[in-house]
Design a binder for this molecule. Structure first.
Ligand code: ZN
Length: 235
């Protein structure tokens, strides 16, 4: 194999590492982690909102029901009192009616207390729901802001990646298929670095020194490989 082709391979390696870095940068933006946290918080708040809305609805229904009962009871009471005022009933009927009015008044008092209690719990329930909704709006704003930031950064990274991919296409041209296979295989098992420069007796991949004998052995091969890490060496 020609030495020039090894230099080409080192160029390819340089571009591939730049692409790897960009891909890593794309997936490790701090905003991505923040986004995930905000998304989770938002989901939790939405569940809270559902519960709070359910509780408010329950209190409102109970209040409606109690108010309806109170209204009916007052109508009945009015009817009875009107009849009592109108007179014309037997003494027994009158007594019965009077007792009935008394009982209705007792029931009214209890119902009024019930309505009051529901009224008192409606406001806090509304406030709870409204506080949760305000937190949700704030989280949604955070999410939007992060989304915009991520998209902007991704756009810049993707543009850079496209440029590198173009350069990679050119860099691939002079490299034969067999060499490329080995290169890809080594990249897969050697943390992305298949080709290392060999400088002053040291492998640029594993940073270990080769003795003169090891160097002779490595470079006797048409494809020099580091005796320690097996990466392709380019002197
Ligand atoms: Zn090495």
């Amino acid at each position: 194999m020609e030495l020039t082709s090894l230099t080409d391979l080192l160029d390819l390696q340089g571009i591939d590492l730049q692409i790897d870095r960009l891909l890593d940068q794309r997936q490790s933006l701090p905003e991505l982690e923040e986004y995930r946290a905000v998304h989770e918080a938002l989901q939790a708040k939405e569940t809270e909102r559902e519960v709070a809305a359910g509780e408010l609805k329950q209190v409102e229904l109970e209040l409606d029901k109690a108010e309806g009962e109170l209204e009916l009871l007052e109508l009945k009471l009015e009817e009875h009192e009107t009849r009592l005022f109108a007179g014309g009933m037997s003494g027994r009927e009158t007594e019965h009616m009077r007792l009935e009015v008394q009982s209705l008044k007792g029931q009214r008092g209890a119902l009024e207390e019930k309505v009051l209690a529901f009224l008192e719990s409606v406001d806090p329930a509304r406030e709870t729901l409204s506080a949760i909704e305000s937190e949700i709006r704030s989280l949604e704003a955070d999410k939007d802001r992060l989304e915009t930031s991520i998209k902007t950064q991704w756009k810049a990274i993707d543009a850079e990646l496209a440029r590198k991919e173009e350069r990679k296409k050119e860099a691939l041209e002079p490299i034969d298929a067999e060499m490329l296979d080995l290169y890809e295989k080594l990249r897969g098992i050697k943390e992305g670095v298949a080709v290392a420069s060999y400088d002053h007796g040291v492998c640029g991949g594993c940073h270990m020194a080769l003795s003169p004998a090891e160097q002779d052995e490595a470079f006797a091969d048409e494809l020099p490989r580091c005796v320690h890490c097996r990466r392709i060496l380019v002197a």
